[in-house]
Write a protein that binds this ligand. Sequence first.
Ligand SMILES: [Mg+2]
Length: 355
Amino acid sequence: MSFKPISDIGEFGLIDRIASITAPTLETTPGITEGIGDDCAVYEISRSMVQVTTTDLLVEHVHFDLLTTPLHHLGSKAISVNVSDICAMNAKPRYALVSIAIPSKTSVDLVETLYRGMSETSRIYGLAIAGGDTSLCPGAMVISVTVAGDIEKENITYRKGAEPGDMICVSGTLGGAAAGLRVLMREKSVMMEHIRHGETYDKDVMSNLSDYDDAIRQQLLPSARMDIIGFFEKENIVPTSMIDISDGLASDLAHICKRSGVGAQIEESRIPILSQTRHIADEFQEDAMNYALTGGEDYQLLFTLKPENFSAISSHPDISVIGKITPKDDGLLLRDIYGMTVDIQSLSGFDHFSG
Ligand SMILES: [Mg+2]
């Protein structure tokens, strides 16, 4: 057997292999209608209701840096990213199981602050923290959150289901989380430079961050868009497909197209980006559109709707129509502001195991 490192197959390649090994277990439990491959696993709990479940790992040095992340915010984000996956199924979160592994030298106060962040955010979402586990882990903090929710069977929304002619919509703005991360990483390197020179680090060393507050907030304190799910319910809208944007618009739109067996064309001029995000990209001599397409961690909802729903969403201040679903053979295209089209699949999102 030849040695093949995980970085050769990437995160999605690894998930595909795990899915094929675990697929036979799905036959043991009737009622599992979706396994690996969507934002949540789906289990029929009654004739009319389904339960949706998701889990996420946050690993220190990989997903977060304690030098730039307040523990209270981290706790909040750990909950929000899971609730975001529940929203992506058009469902409501009900309860969470939270597990942490921490180095033994971690202060009690820090752990309490982390859980306070989780608790306060959970209450906003109407989510109960109902259990979990704790363990020692030398060298890094690891947080695992599992959230279960439910939804009427007729209203569940999968990644599959998009059809040619559907509108492609997105909530909020994109690219802000990636822009915020750039600023935080720059502040960290300033901080490290001072420490390296034996200077005491104090808050004055950091630049005034108020010009970057929206982007930093999007990175450190993303919100799950339960308000959009509530809006759908009020307007009697059921999207034809939906996903939350965790890896970047390009990669997450590709997931919808792959699962639905369709193509897509989106318009660069319609992709919502905050002016602050554009300013930050300019400062770093980077492209804000690139943040939106491949940056990830925005936790907005990307969904498709039948054209007849247009009037219902047109007045919503925080939903943008960015393109339309096309036949599969048309591919995944981005039309830039000059009218040129580029293949979206040539742009990829974040992969934990590559490079
Ligand atoms: Mg997701």
